[in-house]
Unconditional design. Structure first.
Length: 165
């Protein structure tokens, strides 16, 4: 198998950012210190597993937003797609509320340091517990193209919803 070029990088957002983004988390500084960067499970895995930064308990029908403490750095013509881990979706009907999270390359320059949040719902019939350090979502880097008549010059100035949608 040919060696692939490494173009992207995961980092943690600053501890101060994480504390601000997690006002209901009593031990946000401790959680931040123990956050694991996303990793692939095997050498041919496309997805980088995102690990729960703390215990997540979802009752049937409940929705939660997870502040991952992670940001992604990548070239401008790449995007990070966030999807549920296949097993959790298949076995427990866990789904992301936006189906697929789209993390644009310029999101890392946002006022929130590009902090990636994952909002998900337990559509199953029983409680789902995801222990801290357990993979719960995965991110896949994908290169994309532009149309011949694309003339966008506007730059991002914020995080989620900053483009007016």
């Amino acid at each position: 198998m040919a060696q692939q070029r490494k173009l992207a990088k995961f980092e943690k957002v600053s501890e101060a950012r994480y504390v601000v983004d997690c006002p209901k988390l009593d031990n946000a500084s401790v959680v931040w210190q123990n956050v694991l960067l996303p990793k692939r499970a095997t050498k041919c895995s496309a997805g980088y597993d995102f690990f729960a930064p703390y215990d997540i308990v979802l009752e049937a029908g409940e929705t939660v937003t997870v502040a991952t403490a992670i940001r992604a750095l990548m070239p401008c013509d790449w995007v990070l797609l966030i999807v549920p881990r296949s097993g959790l979706g298949f076995k427990y009907r866990l789904r992301l509320n936006n189906t697929v999270g789209v993390i644009d390359a310029d999101y890392s320059d946002s006022a929130n340091e590009g902090h990636i949040f994952v909002r998900m719902t337990n559509e199953g019939n029983e409680q789902l517990t995801i222990k801290s350090g357990t993979a719960f979502a995965q991110g896949v880097f994908v290169r994309y193209g532009l149309t011949e008549d694309d003339d966008v010059v506007v730059e991002r100035n914020g995080g989620l919803g900053s483009t007016g949608m």
